[in-house]
Design a protein around this ligand. Sequence first.
Ligand SMILES: [Zn+2]
Length: 288
Amino acid sequence: MSYPWPAGARAAVCFTIDFDGESPHLWRTRNQPGEAVGELEQRRYGPRRGLANLLSMMDNLDLRATVFVPGWIADRYPWQVREIAERGHELALHGWCHEPPTTLDRSDLARTLGRAADTLAGISGVRPAGYRSPSWDMNQTIFGVLHELGIGYDSSLMGDDRPYLVDGLVEVPVDWATDDAPYYRYVGGDPRPPATAPALRGGWAAEIEAAGRHGSLCMITVHPWLSGRPARVDALESLLAPVVADPALCTATAGALAEHHRERAGGSGISLDGFDISLDDLGRPDHD
Ligand SMILES: [Zn+2]
């Protein structure tokens, strides 16, 4: 059964940015902060320059993205976050300081995400509707917390290649193959150099072509500290220009895709493909 993408499109290409800057490094080293600044500075290229390069590229293409931002980053870089909102992009949750949900208990999850939602809303004037887990790490507890916070969709799981429902939350699925981190993340000491921009553009063009043939979603995830560098932004612009120009490809934000899925599913909890997964059916442990 082919998925009914918005406006009769044959497939969808969703462009998303995880604007997390130095927050993953700060969370990872929180117990031994140390004096090293190399990786911190590498990651700060994102808020300092990479994000602006990506925003200009998207303005050139008239493409709107979903930008997932940890609350701590929004608090530290409010001007950049305001700029994202003013240029018409969607802002969504990405933890407080990039802490994976599996490391927090229920009350800490609710507290940190509530604070992050307040921070994003305070800057943009709009409450976020979506969530992406830091490191795409999820647990069963978080679904209840997201419902309580009024979050309507998640974008962290890989159970399908089109939107589906998990515990009543719309899942707009991701894919490691179209995330820039496995290709570009290089912080020294790795025997393998980072992928070149032309190589990544070629690989992702094949992913987009295949999505077009199969009627599926190609979810692209980039990080400003990685893909915001000049040759990489140029590669993205040349990759995405024909996508934006192709009426057979829907380029809606993750939030718009989630809303479309919920409307088409009739709000009854029945997904279009029959993949309405309740985590209770999978045997939720008593201790969650
Ligand atoms: Zn992240």
